[in-house]
Design a protein around this ligand. Sequence first.
Ligand code: CU1
Ligand code: CU1
Ligand code: CU1
Ligand code: CU1
Length: 623
Amino acid sequence: MKLFLIASLLSCANAATRTFNWTTGWGLQDVDGMGERPVITCNGEWPWPDVRVNKGDQVEIYLTNGFNGTTNTSLHVHGLFQRGSTQMDGPPGVTQCPITPGNTFLYNFTVDENAGAYWYHSHSDGQYEDGFRGAFIIDDGENNENYPYEYDEEVVLTIGEWYDRTIDDLIPDFMSLFNPTGAEPIPQNLILNNTMNLTWEVKPDTTYLLRLINIGGFVSQYFWIEDHEMTVVEIDGITTEKNTTDMLYITVAQRYTVLVHTKNDTSRNYAIMQKFDDTMLDVIPSELELNATSTLAYDTSLGAANESFVDSLDDFLDDFYLVPYEKQELLGDPDYVITVDVAMDNLLSGINYAFFNNITYTAPKVPTLMTVLSGGDDVTNAQIYGSNTNTFVLEKDEIVDIVLNNLDTGTHPFHLHGHVFQTIIRDRAYDDAIGEVPHPYDDSDHAAFPEYPMVRDTLYVHPQSNFVIRFKADNPGVWFFHCHIEWHLLQGLAITLIEDPVAIQSNPTQQLTDSSKQVCEAAGMSYQGNAAGNTTDFLNLMGENIQEKTIPPGFTKKGIIAMTFSCLAGVLGLITLSVYGLMEEPHVEEKVIEDFRLDPREIIEDESSETNTAENTAEKIGA
Ligand code: CU1
Ligand code: CU1
Ligand code: CU1
Ligand code: CU1
């Protein structure tokens, strides 16, 4: 008994409380050498700090919205399970109200995840693309004594893309009638540790634990170091068996921790290479540099390394075959299978949205967690959370499969909050360019599930393909599942999982804090009621937030695009500029036409009818 007491006192002494006071704001920074542009600052400075904590630490982050005007904010620590603290997870509309200017939210939670690489970022309106993000590294004790692999030094390298304009400046053009295909803005550069042409000075014959974190919001990157192998030992906070490769493919939000052993020879420097996955770009501007080169410097007097090329981009490590160090057998058959189809399409306004099962996520009037906490006996009824939150209610400890069918021709990195998951199927890409059509998962005809599946928190699906992930619903909370491409989250590519809502209600640690309530009050939002804010009849959703109407039957997508062209005669030049972000691309009209499989003659015809009103154009298209 005495021994036990001493042991627990010691562990208390080791667990520190780590307090951070962060205030957002705007500043100017030249990040990529292309000139200054506004960035989101932390206490007036940029970049945001990288955070390092110990497992067991209590973390308190006081986040103050220091923006002017109407810009809201929030914070999510990516990869943390927030066990017993779902109200600290961050996404507005899901677990909290948005933090309005002048207000402060206290994020207060215990770190009990595996040692490894995590990160934090704003969960509002694409803000992290403007620089509101940083690494969040968890150590296991002073010297990581439980860590299974030997290394000499540790280095964090964040990667990401960078735009020459701010996201709040790009959003109106992106979510616009003038961008009917939903073409994502093209970034100008790839950055490494918030800069370009970085020099990483290394010692010879040394093993580095290199933590690669993609803190970007759009493109996946290929990453390699000239003439140096990388041994993967961790993905997304999960320690893995060693796996050696020459090249990684890292989607946004994913982390790869690798061992790199340096040469015993300092006679030359080597290139650290990042390359866009250009298949994710709707157009490739001629001036876009797809490769970014930094330097692994054995001797800084030798100067920067030259660009290094690879023969093929197909030889990157396939994370599907990685095995966790603490092998976890395939979980048993699912109790609940959630099947979701991903698609991108236009709603009536002509704006392009993203859908899971024809629903584009639209935040409720009352954040979903707050509906759980005030919903009494109705909480297990998914209806009360609204028609547009795509909510699924999970029972305590059930095994859940998410079957995701990607009907879209793009690659998407999906992220689940509150969990890591086993990846049991990831099908190959189906290429529309050679006539292949979307290939949904077929329960009666699929590859064998792995015995020890790969486990992580962010997973990409190939174009027109599918994946199946599996987890145990053992973490009561409200958890967002969404595409981590910020453009697609803005377009509504998200669902909400509510895990064991009765347990959330009854757990004293899951209740709303004063800070949480204050932030809602300041935002003029209720923290009680169903998705529509109805506090008496939770089944009455009158007045809830819903997506705009779909295009009526008989109207085709092609017709809507034609309407866009005819109503806005002569705007092709404007579309060229604002949608495709190109002024010099010679064939952009063809690209627009190709995107919609339009008959060019039809556009010409429609363009000629300049005097159409919106109504008679609609009539014509409906016909
Ligand atoms: Cu997350
Ligand atoms: Cu994230
Ligand atoms: Cu996406
Ligand atoms: Cu998220």
